[in-house]
Design a protein around this ligand. Structure first.
Ligand SMILES: *Cc1c(COP(=O)(O)O)cnc(C)c1O
Length: 397
């Protein structure tokens, strides 16, 4: 089958909606438009039933009880609710929060905001493989520590943190444990019991569901965890997140979870094989290529590579029919290297020379082979040229 261009290989930024998810959502844009909070007629009951069905599908994916699932607008909101909600609720107990350097900005910036209101935040470093050292964490915990927030898997390098070990430590020390699982949910097995997780954030659009909907799992027993709401109103979601529920989005997230749970073993084997084919293909055609972050503790769909001597931005422009991300971000007209790669100890030059490939459910082997060819010829061409000045910021078509 001929491949279609452009090729999407940026599945850590967002994933396409699975057609089966879209199909499940459609009736809730049409005849089943009711408000799930309407208790007095069948329109409301149908919407509520759909929401409760989705709650069960989501709970099943992470080994939770449906009552522990709170709907939000996405992982950014879930992270805010978890961190600010615990900070407010447990303020009497202490004012110390622990996180780590490669978290998503939705965690880091939320912690920064807490600092402004008198909280103390410890940001743990990561080792060369991208994982925290659990001994560092153990040493950082004080009697004032009320929250540990560590992501399941990183959005740039796909590195998986030692979550069960951290969970056991948090439990032993009586500290609430929040996990940002936006990249991990639906890709690798998660069990909130075995992993010792108290709060867990999920985003539908990273797992073939729609944008603008997510979940915060909030543990109800052993121990019962409470968070203060950040959005007040009609008392939806047991008062923890007011606002009329996004019924079509929630139905889509439920379906996405059902599909991920059922297809995970086959899908992770398939995407890992595609990822390895990509890596081996690149390695067979190019030298001075390094993989960033642990290979062993890594999402099956992630490959983050630095091509020495090449600007990632230039490489991306050279392979314009392939959608990927580079390890540089444009901030106020300056190109900054990724803080994640810098935290892992990668020098500025190699951080600028990096590309993130995010494989997904709809990529094929033919696409991978095409991408290998495009990357190899573009890197070779760029390396032959004299060193180029860094490209300007902004979208260049
Ligand atoms: C995408 C992402 C988020 C933000 O999720 P949204 O639903 O887009 O707000 C948070 N954390 C991680 C690790 C992510 O990959």
């Amino acid at each position: 089958m001929p491949i279609q261009l452009p090729i999407y290989m940026d599945n850590h930024a967002t994933t396409p909606v699975d057609p089966r998810v879209l199909e499940a959502m459609m009736p809730y844009f049409g005849a089943r438009f009711g408000n799930a909070a309407s208790r007095s007629h069948s329109f409301g009951w149908a919407a509520e039933e759909a929401v409760e069905n989705a709650r069960a599908q989501i709970a099943a994916l992470i080994g939770a009880s449906p009552k522990e699932i709170i709907f939000t607008s996405g992982a950014t909101e879930s992270n805010n609710l978890a961190i600010k909600g615990v900070a407010e609720m447990y303020r009497e107990k202490g004012n110390h929060v622990i996180t780590q350097a490669t978290e998503h900005k939705a965690v880091l910036d939320t912690c920064k905001r807490l600092e402004k209101s008198g909280f103390e935040v410890t940001c743990l470093p990561v080792q060369r493989d991208g994982r925290i050292d659990p001994d560092d964490l153990e040493r950082a915990i004080t009697p004032k520590t009320i929250l540990i927030s560590i992501m399941y898997a990183n959005n740039e390098i796909g590195v998986i943190q030692p979550i069960p070990e951290i969970g056991r430590m948090a439990k032993r020390r009586g500290v609430v444990f929040h996990v940002d699982a936006a990249q991990a949910a639906g890709k690798i097995p998660i069990g909130v019991e075995g992993d010792g997780i108290d709060l867990l954030s999920i985003a539908a659009h990273k797992m073939y569901g729609p944008k603008g909907v997510g979940v915060l799992f909030i543990r109800r027993k052993n121990p019962r965890v409470e968070v203060a709401p950040i959005i007040d109103g009609g008392g939806h979601e047991r008062g923890m997140r007011s606002g009329t529920l996004n019924v079509p989005g929630i139905v889509g997230l439920g379906k996405a979870c059902e599909l991920c749970l059922r297809e995970m073993p086959a899908e992770s084997a398939r995407t890992a094989a595609l990822r390895d084919r990509l890596m081996q293909g690149i390695r067979s055609r190019l030298d001075r290529v390094t993989v960033n972050g642990s290979i062993e503790h890594r999402l099956p769909n992630n490959l983050n590579v630095s091509f020495a001597g090449v600007e990632g931005e230039s490489l991306m422009m050279g392979i314009s029919d392939v959608a990927v991300s580079s390890g540089s971000a444009c901030t106020s007209a300056k190109i900054e290297p990724s803080y994640v790669l810098r935290a892992v100890g990668i020098g500025e030059d190699l951080a600028h020379a990096s590309i993130r490939f995010g494989l997904g459910r709809f990529n094929t082997g033919e696409e991978v082979d095409y991408v290998v060819g495009r990357v190899a010829e573009t890197v070779s061409r760029l390396r032959e040229l004299a060193p180029l000045p860094a490209p300007a910021c902004g979208k260049i078509k």
